[in-house]
Design a protein. Sequence first.
Length: 584
Amino acid sequence: MGVGPQSTFADQLHAEKYRQKGEDFRGAMNRVAFAMADGHDHYHDFREVLLDMRFMPGGRIQAAMGAAKKVTPYNCFVASKIDDSFVEGDNSIMGVATQAAQTMRMGGGIGYDFSTLRPSGALIKKLGSRSSGPMAFMNIFNEVCKATSSAGNRRGAQMGVLRVDHPDIVAFVHAKNNLDKLNGFNISVAVTDEFMEAVDKQSSFELKFGGRVYDEIDALELYEMMMRSTWDWAEPGILFIDTINRMNNLWYCEEIAATNPCGEQPLAPNAACLLGSFNLVRYIRKDKQTGLYYFDFDQLKADIPHVVRAMNMVIDRAIYPLQAQMDAAHAKRRMGLGVTGVANAIETLGFPYGTPDYIAMQGTILKVIEHGAYMASIDLAKEKGPFPLFDAEKYLAGEYIKTLPEDVRAGIAKHGILNSHLLSIAPTGTISQTADNVSSSIEPVFEEVTQRPVFMAEGKIIVSEPDYAFAQFGTKPKISDHVSLDEHLGVLLNATKHVDSAVSKTCNTAGDFTPWDDFKALYRRAWEGGAKGVTTFNKDGKRLALLTKGTIKSVAKVEEEVDQTEKQVEACEFDAATGRRSCE
């Protein structure tokens, strides 16, 4: 197989999204490898990994590193904590809106916690007036996002979060029950353990702000309200915020209240994180004697140190939209290594998606990446020292760190570690397409031949591409329509065990074939199983019907067909057929 994408569409998409004028794939990877290299030998080692597409840096990295244009290689940001003031101070509502514009203008997606804003109707003593509440101010950020999205082929991407105990939570839950509202946002509710326990007890739940209780609501009623909204509209997503903070490696020096737009990176205010994914199909080998496929663990183990070293170099060489973001990145040195092509790889080995053998194999692969990434960062700490906020005693007391193997914990105790976080599973929508349509992230294959909306400079186009494993190996996939909620949840919880940040995964439902009680129970089971968040998509819901009405057509061959009917801006890239998002 030649270097780079083999299909015409994948190559064109990669060129459109990530390459400089006149670059081919090899030239782009030479540029990226040189910009990320830690010395001559490392350049050649890492370049070989990139050329074979065994590791695919996040789209922002591919577009930014070594490029002339002033863009950031970071996909993920969370905004400053928003002060409860309209214009006074750098972190006022308008101040943070300005920061957001600067961040999105340079290619970053950004999340916000709006729980710091007083509820609608609350008295503003200085003015003798009443607050408009978080929903009204989110409209300002929505317009900023839409304006920013016009600058090139990367649209603005935002995540809006509100705590479940905020007095305006009911309005927030219904905020996107109409495609004309807040369409520059994904939204999620930050659900607490206290709330989930109140749901189990079917007790009342206090809605409060600033130490004052504004109202009480039946917890089960609010839970049902959230479930109905996400069943119909695929939003809000759910973040288990106490689990996020409990499992945070930096529990001792930061508090997390929001995530990046797709949810795979829970981040403290001003924090940022790099993304990249191992393309697991590139580790599938065929035994010449038996004709059977196997997974090349030795190659994966050899690649991990080169990747961690390269990603670490980006932290120091990146352009940051804001000084506060650079300071936080340098102090914590986060990265988010993930995977793509998982379903293609494991199903080619003979294990249907979501089965016990499939989940066990996924866990084995992720455990190898987890162990290798941490050991590589420990080795870097021997050379360069640990990250500035490292505190050995407190870091080793972290709940996630305590789950790591003894040799990893011993290495951290002796040498420290250079990167506070190393692992994150992102949606990988665009980079999976540029890799000849490998299965996205840890998701199942949607169809043997998939029609996808893709946003390019000319507008939205609909393309048909065969699934990678189906085309290359003749693998018959278990398509998403045949994957049960139990199987989706099993894949999600297994991945969560081996990731120190979070997992962005969509649990697709089969509409009328999914019992309502099973759907509601999914979220409770996810919380009990240690998930940090859940997103679902119901193909029979209202959102799909409105998004696709009169717009999605079959395309017999790959061609650029601009859809002039597209009027909505969606945070990240929303695939109406699958419910998946990509923030690349």
